[in-house]
Unconditional design. Structure first.
Ligand SMILES: [Zn+2]
Ligand SMILES: [Zn+2]
Length: 300
């Protein structure tokens, strides 16, 4: 059995205050994982003064207007978030036990960051405090059955009984309804109301602990069929649909309405002469799709 997590005794807020510069920004309604990602972006900005990188060159060659560079950048930062949190959890499991004096885990985490990164000491201290907050929410116990049902009702009242990812109606089958962490719990997502949404079983399992669109395997999403082909729905599998909805943050790309209010999203191409691939696919609502087709027919 796993040892009790000491971090649980402190609130996220207490831990964040320790990190210099975070006292003014700290807020209970923010995911520690998100704070870690924002901080990494600050430490490693997308703009560098080293001139064109290989990825900027590919972006330029494929006329991606910066979208490919941004995608690779976001995906890499997500990798760093996952790597730091999971490495810290690995060290915690190893050093936070009766075999080691109290505080060994944080010491080990500090020496790991000092030897394996080139960040400055004050930044390393900030990273340590944010990571502790991430592990604190990650290792929080599951809610009681009662609290879970209460949450379900509360979210249902606020957003309606629709899966926030695919828009499927959840009203009929009670068993189908899952409470989903929008920012994954394992990667520093809070279990408080602001980070919870309702989803269907299959979207919940496809989404797993992916953070956002750039976190899925976007490089796999390159179809060889067209919408009019029989194989299209087979090729655009469930995981890809979830990834493409995540790309627009579960909103219609055009009217920006969230899935719970605009219903099921459908997928369209930006450039109809190009194939169906991650950068060329947008998720839009039925309403926007209809007005698009109307205006196209009107022009034609
Ligand atoms: Zn769903
Ligand atoms: Zn729309």
């Amino acid at each position: 059995m796993l040892e009790e997590n000491n971090l649980k005794k402190e609130s996220v807020q207490d831990i964040l205050i320790e990190g210099e510069g975070y006292s003014s920004e700290c807020n209970e309604d923010i995911n520690p994982g998100l704070i870690l990602r924002d901080f990494l972006q600050k430490l490693c900005p997308i703009q560098s003064d080293t001139g064109l990188s290989f990825i900027s060159q590919i972006d330029y060659s494929f006329k991606a207007d910066g979208a490919l560079s941004e995608l690779v950048y976001k995906s890499t930062i997500n990798y760093l978030v996952r790597r730091l949190i999971n490495t810290a959890e690995y060290l915690r499991r190893r050093y936070e036990s009766d075999d080691f004096p109290e505080g060994t885990f944080v010491q080990e985490l500090r020496s790991y960051l000092k030897s394996e990164t080139r960040f400055r000491d004050p930044d390393i201290e900030k990273i340590i405090s944010i990571i502790q907050a991430c592990l604190s929410v990650r290792n929080q116990r599951r809610k009681s059955r009662q609290a879970f049902v209460k949450h379900k009702k509360q979210i249902g009242r606020a957003y309606g009984l629709l899966c926030y990812i695919c828009g499927k109606s959840l009203s009929s089958e009670e068993e189908e309804i899952q409470v989903e962490h929008n920012w994954p719990k394992a990667l520093g997502g809070s279990s408080k109301y602001f980070n919870l949404r309702l989803s269907c079983k299959s979207c919940n399992s496809e989404k797993g602990s992916y953070i956002d669109g750039s976190d899925f395997h976007y490089e796999h999403i390159c179809l060889s069929t067209d919408e009019t082909n029989d194989g299209f729905n087979h090729e655009l599998k469930g995981l890809y649909r979830v990834a493409l909805s995540a790309k627009s943050n579960y909103r219609c790309t055009l009217c920006e309405g969230d899935v719970e209010s605009v219903g099921r999203l459908r997928f369209v191409r930006r450039n109809p002469n190009d194939s169906w691939h991650y950068l060329n696919i947008d998720a839009i609502c039925e309403g926007c799709f209809e007005s698009l087709s109307l205006s196209e027919n009107g022009n034609g």
